[in-house]
Write a protein that binds this ligand. Structure first.
Ligand code: PLP
Length: 378
């Protein structure tokens, strides 16, 4: 069986170090807000050349905390895509703002040419999603945001390490939101998230919202706070054990990105000249291939055949958000081709091939040769 994802190979490789780290961390006597967190925030900022950053409990929280810290709420509108993971949109709903969807282009990323026509007096922010590990067209997005005085919240959950014009995602907008969900480019052994920013005052606000709105910047002891809330906040702590594991894995992440790109290259070389539509790397981009997503109109037939060969795939994502019951209230202007035609078309034919650094090269070769055989016969 070739699994879509498993942490077991990685764990075999890192087990001794992880267990040692957990033990050392627990012996220090702090479960939250200790030096593993301080070290991780520093390390993640350095890795991505950010100015400031705050680690939080998950990628979903990173988005929600960012919206709260930037003052976005009821009566405001936020522009994003429907071709994304649920949390991009749930975070907007949680803060009380209205969601305005824009379609994607064939690269699965926000169609920047459609953003301006969705802007109203109520629009406060754009959330571009660097989906599957590739950056959106950030020059155009920042230009529009400046013109209309909008905040930009980059959803980098799938794109740690990805670059646009040689600059890391998460450093273009007002904030960048990351996820350390275990399958992600940098994955914890539990939940975790991060918010990057260029602004010291936004960073301070994010820190407060992360922890009930409490000011944490006591100079003598960074995390020795007074129990007093300045800003409405939530609880989104990341624990010391997760930070110690992330600190360990962080030193390997660039090698793992290289391996992902190498595997993607093998898939592309072996599957070109078939009827599959393969992912592409846009000009100016460095794609990190969190997911390797292909498109074929006969998806279901292909998936059934792959199952017979014991190859697991995934669909990211089978339903656009606006087609889900929870988000049916989001309004659209319908066109003859549907509401968000490219998003809807993609959702019916996309599927993701197994690709993660714990895989072996011969597994990638096997998936490509089996898949090639299947589609060649169609
Ligand atoms: C695009 C996108 N945004 C946000 C998130 C939320 O991250 P988390 O699962 O850590 O809450 C995810 C991960 O699932 C994601 O893929």
């Amino acid at each position: 069986m070739i699994k879509f994802w498993t942490y077991k190979n990685e764990y075999k490789f890192l087990r001794n170090k992880i267990l040692k780290n957990i033990d050392l961390t627990l012996k220090k006597g702090k479960i939250f807000f200790g030096d593993e967190l301080v070290r991780f925030e520093k390390n993640f900022i350095n890795l991505n050349k950010f100015k400031y950053g705050v680690a939080v409990g998950s990628g979903t929280d990173a988005l929600y905390i960012s919206l709260l810290a930037l003052g976005i709420g009821a009566n405001d509108e936020v522009i994003t895509v429907s071709n994304t993971a649920i949390p991009t949109v749930s975070a907007i709903k949680s803060c009380g703002a209205k969601v305005k969807f824009v379609d994607v282009k064939n690269d699965h990323l926000i169609n920047v040419d459609q953003i301006e026509r969705k802007i109203t007096k109520k629009t406060k922010a754009i959330i571009p999603v660097h989906l599957y590990g590739q950056s959106c067209d950030m020059d155009k997005i920042i230009k529009i945001a400046k013109k209309y005085n909008l905040k930009v919240i980059e959803d980098c959950a799938q794109a740690q390490g990805a670059k646009y014009k040689n600059q890391f995602v998460g450093s273009f907008g007002d904030v960048g939101c990351f996820s350390f969900y275990p399958t992600k480019i940098l994955g914890a052994y539990g939940d975790g998230g991060f918010i990057s920013t260029k602004s010291k005052s936004i960073a301070n606000k994010l820190r407060q919202v992360r922890f009930y709105g409490i000011e944490m910047n006591d100079k003598k002891n960074k995390y020795n706070n007074k129990y007093y809330s300045n800003n409405h906040g939530i609880n989104s702590r990341i624990d010391e054990i997760q930070c110690s594991i992330l600190n360990l894995k962080l030193s390997k992440v660039n090698l793992w990105i290289k391996r992902r790109r190498k595997f993607a290259e093998i898939y592309i070389n072996n599957l070109k000249n078939t009827s599959l539509i393969l992912p592409t790397e846009n000009n100016f981009n460095k794609h990190v291939f969190h997911l390797f997503v292909v498109y074929h109109p006969k998806r279901n037939e292909i998936i059934n055949k792959l199952k017979q060969y014991k190859i697991q795939i995934n669909i990211n994502y089978p339903y656009p958000i606006h087609k889900m019951q929870a988000y049916k209230d989001i309004k659209f202007n319908k066109t003859k081709k549907g509401t968000l035609p490219i998003t809807e078309k993609m959702s019916k034919g996309i599927f993701s091939l197994p690709l993660h650094p714990g895989m072996k090269k011969n597994e990638i070769l096997r998936v490509s040769s089996v898949l090639k055989k299947i589609v060649m016969k169609m």
